[in-house]
Design a protein around this ligand. Sequence first.
Ligand SMILES: [Zn+2]
Length: 386
Amino acid sequence: MKLVIKNIGQILSGKIEEPIFEGDCLIAIDGKISEWGKEKDLDIEEADTLVDAHGVTLAPGLIDSHIHPVVGDYTPRQQQLHWIDSTLHGGVTTMISAGEVHMPGRPKDVVGLKAMAIASQRWYENFRPSGVKVHAGAPVIEHGMEEHDFKDLADAGVKLLGEVGLGTVKDGKTAHQMVEWARKYGIQSTIHTGGPSIPGSGLIDADMVLETGTDVVGHINGGHSALPDDQIICLCESCKAALEIVHNGNERAALLTLNTARELDKLDQVILGTDGPAGSGVQPLGIMRMVAMLSSLGNVPAEVAFCFANGNTSRQRDLDVGLIEKGKSADFVLMDQAQHAPGKNLLESVQLGNLPGVGMTIIDGVVRSERSRNTPPAERLPEIIT
Ligand SMILES: [Zn+2]
């Protein structure tokens, strides 16, 4: 199956070291990126799907590094249906669970939590809401888990831990041991950084984050309550892990993280999530809003801010999406400057704090949505020719 996208205005690569690629045309074969560049240099004949981008910007589909799904496209947290489909309309094509913690009656005994994690991994692998890739099955560690439990989980296909600290394990020593067991068997980990999110959860401070040593510093800007500034700065200085900024966190702390990471030359470690569904609801445009907020208030070129939302996350989490690279999944968002948004072009309008207008999403080389029902309308729209 051959997908050709022609008349692309600009290609955002997801690569922070070179965020804009030359070219007006991209070809994907069997759902994987094959070639890009000038149309005249590429073989665009015999396309199964031909998209005329009409001059809009193409970027790797956005990644939400921090969601709390439960089942299908329903969340009991705020009793909402189709929140994943709505988020696809915000340009997000991949989502990563930080724990299926909103499941009513969630089991907390070891055999029960393992069973639910395995089932969650399966039900999102077997069913992708609106085509969105949801990486789920992220158990929350509890006291009593032993090394063989992590091996069992990994053998059964579990690849993630939910946020450390949302369960009974709230001391760094135990958490570190379990995260090490998880890592030994190829399971990635994240942690709830900051104050309690809802009644019943607890404080995780910088010392606990550092002692635990997860692969991702989950919501470094709090979810919702942020740590004091000196602790956030300490985490930025000390951590080689991904520094995850979320929509549902403290926006001032988000900017502190961004500015500190920039001073430390660690912008490649910055990744974005929404932390939805949660007390703040769901945010279909949350990742786009983070890109616009960090670009405008944090004074980051928009093409770099987009890398926080795709390429950086891909690299930090070892995904096959989020980068324009031969062999990566053909997952894209096509977008243009929103109608009547100030700025000379898409990137300038985003750096002025405006959202882009999404015109199309593509996952595995298949068009999944056309003009977004959620973003402001774009000036130009891509069109399916065949
Ligand atoms: Zn959290």
